[in-house]
Design a protein around this ligand. Structure first.
Ligand SMILES: Cc1cc2nc3c(=O)[nH]c(=O)nc-3n(C[C@H](O)[C@H](O)[C@H](O)COP(=O)(O)OP(=O)(O)OC[C@H]3O[C@@H](n4cnc5c(N)ncnc54)[C@H](O)[C@@H]3O)c2cc1C
Length: 315
C-alpha cells in the first residue's frame, strides 16, 4: 500500500477478482474511495458464477502455488475472517492428476517443485491408485500426483457473496453500469466512461472484467492476451459412488468431480471448435457424446451409465 495514496480507485468488474481486490485494498489499509463498476449484478455471465470452483496447488510457478495456499488457508479460516455464518463449502478432497508412463519424470519434478513451495503433493503409482480409488481404470497410467491438502472445490457463489458483503461493509461502493471507455492523461487512466455517458474520475483503475478484459485493455492500446473461450460443464448422475472421489484430471484432458448427488465435468474442445466466443453461452453438447462420455467410461467403466441432468457454458 506504500505507493497508493488515498484517492479514488475504480475497479471495473465486481465478480471474484474485482470484489476481492476491493476487500484486499481495505485489508491492506487503503482508506480512500473505492468504486466497483459491475455491469451485471446478477453475475449470470461471469466466469465466477459458471466455474467449477476447483482449487489446486499443482501449478508450475511458485506464485500460483502460493496464491492457492493462501486461498486454502482462507477457506479454512473463513469464519474467523468473514463471521460465524460464513461457509464456502470447501471440500478439501484433492486433485488427482494422471500421467502416462512417459510423464513419470515430468510429474515427479512438478511434485518436487510444488512441495518446495509448501504444497502437500503425493506421487502415486498404479498399485496405490487402484487401492485408493477403486472402480477407476489405471491400466495406461504410469504415475499420478495428488494434493493431500489445500486442494478441492468450493462454492464460488458463497465466496462471492461473502466478499461483496464484506467490501460493502468497509465502504466500497458498487455501481451498476458497463464501462465502455477510459479517459487518460499521459498514459495514466484518469477516469472511466459508462455506457450512459456518465464518467467517474479515478486515480487508479483496476481492470477485473474477466474474459472481457482483453477487449477493454485494447481500447487503451494494451495488448492483453485475454480472450473469451467457451467452456462447457456437464452435470450428471451415475450409480458410481466413492467417498474420497477427488477432482480428477485425466491424461485425455477431461475432468470430473462430485457435485451434490452427482458429478460435474468437462473437457476442452478441439482447436477447430474453440473460436473466441464472446456472448455465446450455448453449451457444446456434441462434446459429451463424441468425446467426454467415451473417455470417461474408459477411465471409470461404471460411468457408462451416465445420465445428463443439465449443461452450461461460461467464458
Ligand atoms: C466453465 C468454467 C470452469 C472453471 N473452473 C475453474 C476452476 O475449477 N478453478 C478455477 O480456479 N477457475 C476456474 N475457472 C476460471 C474462473 O472461473 C475465472 O478465472 C474467475 O472466475 C475469473 O474471475 P473474474 O472476476 O476475473 O471474472 P468474472 O467472474 O468473469 O467477472 C468479470 C466481471 O466483470 C464484469 N464486466 C465485464 N465487462 C465489464 C464492463 N465493461 N463494465 C463493467 N463490468 C464488466 C462482468 O459482468 C463480470 O461480472 C472456470 C471458468 C469457467 C468458465
Amino acid at each position: 500500500m506504500t505507493n497508493v495514496k488515498p484517492g479514488h480507485i475504480v475497479i471495473v468488474g465486481g465478480a471474484i477478482m474485482g470484489s476481492f481486490s476491493a476487500w484486499a485494498l481495505r485489508q491492506a489499509g487503503f482508506g480512500g474511495a473505492i468504486t466497483v463498476v459491475e455491469k451485471d449484478p446478477s453475475y449470470q455471465c461471469s466466469s465466477t458464477g459458471l466455474s467449477a470452483a476447483g482449487i489446486r496447488t499443482q501449478f508450475g510457478t511458485h506464485r500460483n502455488i502460493q496464491m492457492s495456499l493462501y486461498a486454502a488457508q482462507m477457506f479454512r479460516d473463513i469464519k474467523a475472517i468473514f463471521g460465524e455464518d460464513a461457509d464456502v463449502g470447501f471440500h478439501e478432497k484433492g486433485y488427482l492428476i494422471l500421467g502416462g508412463p512417459q510423464q513419470l519424470a515430468e510429474r515427479i519434478a512438478a511434485a518436487q517443485l510444488q512441495r518446495s513451495h509448501g504444497a502437500d503433493i503425493q506421487v502415486l503409482y498404479p498399485d496405490e491408485l487402484r487401492a485408493r480409488f477403486p472402480g477407476m481404470n489405471f491400466e495406461d497410467i504410469g504415475v499420478a500426483t495428488f494434493g493431500a491438502q489445500h486442494e478441492g472445490w468450493f462454492d464460488a457463489w458463497s465466496l462471492l457473496s461473502l466478499v461483496r458483503q464484506a467490501a460493502r461493509q468497509r465502504g466500497v461502493d458498487y455501481v451498476q453500469a458497463a464501462v465502455k471507455a477510459f479517459e487518460t492523461d499521459d498514459a495514466q487512466v484518469t477516469g472511466v466512461v459508462l455506457s450512459d455517458g456518465q464518467r467517474i474520475a479515478c486515480d487508479v483503475c483496476v481492470l477485473a472484467a474477466g474474459a472481457w478484459s482483453g477487449r477493454l485493455a485494447a481500447s487503451l492500446g494494451i495488448d492483453l492476451p485475454v480472450v473469451p473461450k467457451k467452456r462447457t460443464v456437464f452435470s450428471f448422475k451415475t450409480p458410481f459412488r466413492l467417498d474420497n472421489f477427488p477432482m480428477l484430471f485425466d491424461t485425455s484432458g477431461l475432468w470430473i468431480r462430485p457435485e451434490g448427488e452427482g458429478y460435474i465435468g468437462g473437457i476442452q474442445p478441439p482447436p477447430e471448435h474453440d473460436a473466441d466466443a464472446d456472448g455465446d453461452f450455448e453449451p457444446q453438447h456434441a462434446l459429451l457424446e463424441e468425446t467426454y462420455w467415451p473417455l470417461l467410461a474408459t477411465r471409470i467403466p461404471a460411468m457408462e451409465q451416465l445420465r445428463l441432468q443439465r449443461a452450461w457454458a461460461g467464458h
